[in-house]
Design a protein around this ligand. Structure first.
Ligand code: FRU
Length: 485
């Protein structure tokens, strides 16, 4: 049967075989959501990068397509973005048939091996048949390198404020903003971040977009920056900044570090260009460079997160970026009726379920101290602890199943602060696939994504009330999630 291998996700995107990392070129065009991705077709570990390709009409079900971009004399094809050149500014297409243009980094391995620092340049390619075949621009690279060792991951979008294309590019410890009338000729404009945000590693995979803050008329801009290493729970992670963008320069008005997801396995995430509903939709790579090459799958390696809708909401004096699975995902749920439960003080309630490794659990509670444990008959378990008195949630996968493929997988305990939750009852949602867990608190105000490799599916959930009073759980709803394949 199709996609029945051990740990093969049933409702997350994975390549049919071999190695995958970052999502690339997320763009909607002519009824189709494209997902390109960093891909090495010859092995299940990282190697000479290509752009793999898949398409979807709903971002839930995916069809695999042939490889879109192959390495060439300028190098491997690293991460980047794609746009629809509606006005034919590049001249690659026509008004009637606008080109899809991919903007990506070339990584010249010979240069890297020779110890040079100018081996990453930016190139472009275009497609006139909605992404099926690609033509590389003969004048590549369109942005050469003047000696910046890490110089990559172009995110391009049409910028109404200047009527030009804007490119975000990362250069080691900062972001650069470039501009072009035609996607070919680029001019450097500004930089951001040498002294702001987290700097425990190299900056990667930038993205920038605006929101109307929910419930207000205020517009704010959000900058995403992935860094590796240097994430709060170790290895790779994605931070964000909230601020303003005047068309050429980004300024942040934020004082603390913010992270889109505090789990160990949500990296290099970026958002779609050109979405017809104007929603901001994010997909991340569900792994961590600490151990990405070592996870115990055989035929393929790694998955994407569920596509998540981003929104900006004001809580007290601060703004917060929410991320939450798309509404359309609910179509995959075989819902059981919602029920209300109580758990006695210091008591435990156990809820059996055929296969938690294909489940969606939603409930609301105002309880301040409780623990959820998913377990199987091998006594493997994953433990989520919520302590609203210290405003902390933790995820413990130390005894979750296979963990010894890399020394850094089991530890550390993954910790997440919950500083700005509303008082009282809060919603929790936990989505578990065969090798991942995604946890959303209060509709995505806080999120945690993590890989898991149990030797047997989890088939029981324990809810432990560690408080002095009875725990009330409202609208507890457990659903089987249908396979998308
Ligand atoms: C992020 C990243 C990017 C780079 C790509 C290479 O995970 O390191 O910065 O373009 O992966 O595969």
């Amino acid at each position: 049967a199709y996609y029945q291998e051990a740990y093969r996700p049933q409702f997350h995107f994975t390549p049919e075989e071999k190695w995958m990392n970052d999502p690339n070129g997320l763009v909607y065009h002519k009824g189709v959501y494209h997902l390109f991705y960093q891909y090495y077709p010859d092995d299940t570990v990282w190697g000479p990068m290509h752009w793999g390709h898949a398409v979807s009409k709903d971002m839930i079900h995916w069809d695999h397509k042939p490889i879109a971009l192959f390495p060439d004399e300028h190098g491997y094809i690293f991460s980047g973005s794609a746009v629809v050149d509606e006005n034919n500014t590049s001249g690659f297409g026509s008004k009637d048939n606008p080109a899809l243009v991919a903007i990506y980094t070339y990584h010249l391995i010979e240069g890297e091996k020779a110890g040079k620092n100018d081996f990453q340049t930016q190139g472009i390619a275009y497609s006139l048949d909605n992404g099926d075949t690609w033509i590389k621009y003969e004048g590549n690279p369109v942005i050469p390198n003047k000696g910046v060792k890490d110089f990559r991951d172009p995110k391009v979008f049409w910028n109404d404020k200047v009527d030009k294309w804007t490119m975000l590019l990362v250069a080691g410890d900062h972001l650069q903003i470039w501009e072009s009338p035609n996607l070919i000729d680029w001019q450097y404009k500004s930089e951001f971040g040498r002294n702001q945000g987290a700097h425990g590693g190299v900056w990667e995979c930038p993205d920038l977009f605006s929101f109307k803050v929910e419930g207000t008329d205020e517009v704010k801009w959000v900058l995403l920056i992935s860094i590796n290493p240097g994430a709060p729970n170790g290895g790779s992670g994605t931070q964000y900044f909230i601020g303003d963008f005047d068309g050429t320069t980004f300024t942040s008005d934020q004082k603390d570090e913010r992270w889109i997801d505090l789990g160990r396995d949500n990296y290099a995430g970026v958002t779609y260009n050109n979405v017809p509903s104007n929603e901001r939709i994010f997909i991340g790579w569900m792994s961590n460079w600490d151990y990405a090459r070592d996870t115990p799958t055989e035929k393929w390696r790694s998955a994407m997160t569920l596509p998540r809708k981003l929104s900006l909401q004001k809580t007290g004096d601060s703004y917060e970026l929410f991320n939450y699975p798309l509404k359309g995902f609910d179509d995959l749920l075989e819902k059981e009726p919602a029920r209300n439960l109580t758990v006695a003080s210091q008591g435990v309630s156990e809820i059996p379920f055929e296969n938690y490794n294909q489940s969606d659990l939603q409930f609301r509670t105002g309880e301040s101290l409780f623990e959820l444990t998913y377990k199987n008959s091998l006594e493997e378990q994953v433990v989520i602890n919520v302590d609203r008195t210290t405003m902390t949630m933790t995820l413990n996968r130390a005894n979750s199943g296979k963990t010894d493929f890399h020394e850094s997988f089991a530890d550390p305990l993954q910790k997440m602060k919950l500083p700005n939750l509303p008082e009282g009852e809060v919603g929790f949602r936990i989505i578990m696939d065969s090798s991942s867990i995604e946890i959303f608190v209060n509709g995505g105000q806080y999120a945690m994504t993590s890989q898991l490799f149990p030797n047997e599916n989890y088939n029981a959930l324990e809810i432990k009330n560690m408080d002095q009073k009875e725990m009330t759980i409202n609208d507890f709803q457990l659903s089987k999630v249908k396979s998308i394949w």
